[in-house]
Design a protein around this ligand. Structure first.
Ligand code: NAD
Length: 487
């Protein structure tokens, strides 16, 4: 297990010698003390990235791609070890880390490995006699600050397009979950990424994260995290007018129309809100269900929620693990009181499980709360296994409720009516819409939000545009330009 900063191709202690303990949320035992980066460490990493950039950005794109493809293979070869590390550090059930997070991480590195030499410039049809072409150039040194909810997957979402495009990277994982990104750094060194191209520095958000956002030699900062910190990133990045990309919070609407397939709704919505203990920006956290089928949907949904197997993430039969920290568990549970204060009715869960074996862990039962659309629990991101339910009677009312928060990341709808599906998808204010499914993601499909959910897109060709800048080149091939100052 790597626990030191990864700078210039080597694992090194922080200059200050400071460390931060990372805990196992199953029982709050210490897994390891991890080096904690400060300003001076980040300066060292920036210097290494700066030295590596000319060669890396001029390497044939296919060569950069080849390294990303080798990394994808190495991730698959180390799947069991990576899944175990991710499960103990985050609390995600091993069945998810092994069969979702690790394969998705490899798939994303592989997708962008293939992309590296297929992302083309263009020729613009300007007036005769001129050739005007567009190239896409890497930004340079890119800072990436990520949260703790999918730390392994986010290494690939963030680093793969940045590297494919020829940038060098300074990444700061969340203080709660640094281990899987350091393991990826180790694999990168093994497969031959040149020193300095990738630097991974665990550290505190308001210290290391803030400094990355401020740093005058970093040309872009890509951030995934809360809306509140996103605002700070924008302010901190203004000194050198960095390019900023923000993947922020969400409050996913999940509209169930009266003609929906109830069994599909129940399964899809349970995945939408309870996968990863609800710690997903795109969680289906607000069910908005037509009054004609609300009783049937809720009866089946609550019955399923009550049978979800909660337990040790390393047990392969576990379906829901602990939340990632004690502090976060307490925050999630505090929303149960917030709901009740505003007249909400707790239909299921709302507490930690009554199980002595889990007493030291950060566990919360699947929680379902009936609430008004304007209640705080329907407006604020809880980021846990916590779903609100509201009923509606007309399509317009459903849309107004769905669009009635400051967020706009992901939303879903369930109906058998084709026209309604497309109409509502068009009218929903969000970056992603799922019809008769929820929370589908793919390396090729743009991911991101609108409003308080941020701006910019990860994945696909959109991500390559985010990590490059257009350069327009004009060439006079055989144009006769009349003199502007005839003499
Ligand atoms: P957070 O905003 O507290 O922290 C995210 C990262 O920012 C961490 O690495 C943290 O150390 C760092 N940070 C904290 N303060 C900072 C500062 N002042 N300057 C720079 N960096 C700072 O978020 P979190 O609690 O770790 O994660 C949960 C949040 O992330 C939720 O709001 C969730 O919706 C969001 N999220 C969004 C997406 C998306 O793609 N839209 C995906 C996953 C999570």
């Amino acid at each position: 297990m790597q626990t030191q900063l990864f700078i210039d191709g080597r694992f090194v202690p922080s200059l200050s010698g400071e460390t931060l303990a990372t805990l196992n949320p199953h029982d709050n035992s210490v897994i390891a003390d991890v080096s904690m980066a400060n300003h001076a460490d980040i300066d060292r990493a920036v210097a290494a990235a700066k030295a590596a950039f000319p060669k890396w950005s001029n390497l044939a794109a296919a060569e950069r791609g080849r390294l990303l493809l080798k990394l994808a293979d190495a991730i698959e070869a180390n799947a069991d070890r990576l899944a175990h590390l991710e499960s103990i550090d985050t609390g995600h059930p091993i069945r998810d880390t092994r069969y979702l997070d690790v394969p998705r991480t490899a798939a994303t590195f592989r997708y962008f490995g293939g992309m590296a030499d297929k992302f083309e410039g263009s020729v613009i049809p300007v007036e005769q006699g001129f050739l005007n072409y567009l190239t896409r150039e890497p930004v340079g040194i890119v800072g990436q600050v990520v949260p703790w909810n999918f730390p392994l997957m986010f290494t690939s979402w963030k680093m793969a397009p940045a590297l494919a495009a020829g940038n060098c990277v300074i990444m700061k994982p969340a203080e709660l979950t640094p281990l899987s990104s350091l393991a990826i750094a180790e694999l990168m060194a093994e497969v031959g990424f040149p020193a300095g191209v990738v630097n991974i520095l665990p550290g505190l958000g308001h210290v290391a994260g803030q400094y990355i956002a401020e740093h005058p030699e970093i040309g872009k900062v890509a951030f995934t995290g809360s809306t509140a910190v996103g605002r700070k990133i924008v302010q901190a990045s203004s000194g050198n007018l960095k390019k900023v990309q923000l993947e922020l919070g969400g409050k996913g609407a999940n509209i169930v129309f009266g003609d929906a397939n109830v069994d599909a709704v129940v399964q899809g919505s349970a995945f939408g809100i309870f996968h990863n203990q609800g710690q997903a920006c795109i969680a289906a956290s607000r069910m908005i269900v037509h009054e004609s089928i609300a009783d049937e949907v809720l009866e089946k949904f609550v019955a399923l929620a009550r049978t979800i197997r909660i337990g040790d993430p390393l047990d392969p039969t576990t379906e829901m693990g602990p939340l990632t920290s004690r502090q976060h568990r307490d925050r999630v549970l505090s929303y149960v009181d917030v709901a009740r204060e505003q007249g909400g009715r707790v239909i299921a869960g709302g507490r930690s499980p009554d199980n002595a074996a889990l007493a030291n862990g950060c566990y919360v039962e699947p929680t379902i709360v009936e609430a008004k659309p304007t209640d705080r629990v329907s407006q604020e991101e809880v980021f846990g296994p916590f779903m609100t339910v509201t009923t509606f009677s007309t399509d317009e009312e459903a849309l107004a409720i769905a669009n009635g928060t400051e967020y706009g990341l992901g939303a879903g709808l369930w109906t058998r009516d084709l026209q309604r599906a497309h109409r509502v998808a068009r009218e929903i204010h969000s970056g992603m819409v799922w019809v008769n499914c929820y929370k589908r993601v793919s390396p090729g499909s743009p991911f991101g939000g609108v409003g308080a959910s941020g701006y910019g897109r990860e994945m696909g060709f959109e991500a390559m545009r985010e990590y490059t800048q257009a350069k327009s080149v004009w060439v006079n091939v055989d144009a006769q330009i009349p003199p502007y100052f005839p003499r």
